[in-house]
Design a protein around this ligand. Structure first.
Ligand code: NAD
Length: 317
């Protein structure tokens, strides 16, 4: 990892998600150098021009340009947002075959440069694509991870903050499992400040346990609802990726739910990427947070893992 004052990010995929991330990076002053790569080179050039015109109004200088895979050589972080966006009604897993070939191609090109930093994947289906990136890159698992359920957990915290009328920063709740239809919320591990959500509900007659199911469904189906109306989702994921970038560069050991490689079995599940809270710092994943789950949550986790496992097997890696 290079010095903190030369933070270099390469972004592969300058579509809605990639550029929302890039815009957040600039606004938050999270890197000194940002390289944009896209199969559509003209698009990358145009985006670099447009974004760099905002530099005088950004909190710190950032050098932004359209580049190529050689620029990955000395990058600290490569963020992959290339791919084909989810169509209305299409599940994330439907995207699998289309996006796998793209991911293999991209990661091989990154590694040919001599890259030795961290790869962060957002392309869907993100858990499976991150697995592809891990296998193809040959990098240690702690330096390859995916956005996983970071966006879903942000959606959950936002929904709970509105329901309980408390700042989202004081809501400690996680969506775990696949970033997709089988994701779930281990409610016994969700807190408002210091207090379990389940206790808050049982002590206050104005709240109802049934609302937790409604909130879960709202969170799980949020992407479908947004895509139905505006064809894509990107601001939320852009900010999630920027948050993860800050955590990496600040070496902050923050806990973020991301897609991590389970080397040791958790609930009997291993050798796959899946959304779990993890401690993240400048070297990548420092530790995956495992925790006790009730029987129902364990079953949901195993079910979610089985879906991912099936997809991974179908790739024939
Ligand atoms: P988009 O179509 O706007 O952008 C994709 C970009 O990738 C395009 O600019 C395209 O030219 C580029 N691209 C395609 N093949 C490439 C290749 N081989 N090399 C380099 N660039 C290539 O799509 P989007 O809305 O930005 O979505 C991008 C990805 O992010 C999709 O897979 C989408 O499902 C995913 N996504 C993930 C989350 C999440 O929470 N992880 C949320 C939203 C979207």
């Amino acid at each position: 990892m290079r010095q903190i004052d030369t933070r270099k990010v390469v972004l592969v995929g300058t579509g809605f998600v990639g550029m929302s991330y890039a815009y957040s990076l600039l606004n938050q002053g999270l890197a000194e150098e940002l390289v944009l790569i896209d199969i559509n080179k003209e698009k990358a050039i145009g985006e670099a021009m447009d974004l760099s015109h905002g530099v005088p109004y950004a909190p710190r200088h950032m050098t932004i340009y359209a580049g190529d895979y050689n620029d990955c050589k000395d990058a600290d972080l490569v963020v992959i947002t290339a791919g084909v966006a989810q169509k209305p009604g299409e599940t994330r897993l439907d995207l699998l075959q289309r996006n796998k070939a793209i991911m293999v191609d991209i990661v091989e090109s990154i590694m040919k440069s001599g890259f030795s930093g961290i790869i962060l994947v957002a392309s869907n289906p993100v858990d499976v694509m991150t697995y592809v990136a891990y296998k193809v890159s040959g990098l240690p698992a702690h330096r390859v991870f995916g956005s996983g359920t970071s966006l879903d957990s942000a959606r959950l915290r936002y929904a709970l903050s509105r329901y309980f009328e408390v700042d989202a920063h004081s809501v400690h709740a996680y969506v775990i499992g696949e970033h997709g239809d089988s994701e779930f919320v281990p409610w016994s591990n969700a807190f408002i400040g210091i207090k379990p959500v389940l206790d808050v509900i049982s002590e206050h007659p104005e709240y109802d346990f049934a609302d937790l199911d409604r909130i879960y469904v709202e969170v799980r189906d949020a992407a479908y609802e947004i895509i139905k109306r505006k064809q894509a989702t990107y601001y939320g994921i852009g900010l999630s990726l920027a948050h993860i970038t800050r955590v990496i560069f600040n070496n902050s050991n923050s806990i973020v739910p991301v897609s991590v490689y389970l080397e040791k079995p958790f609930c009997g599940v291993s050798d796959l990427y899946i959304g779990l809270p993890a401690v993240i710092n400048r070297h990548g994943i420092k530790e995956i947070i495992t925790f006790p789950m009730n029987q129902n949550d364990r079953e949901r986790f195993v079910h979610s893992a089985a879906i991912l496992q099936r997809e991974i097997s179908s790739l024939g890696l």
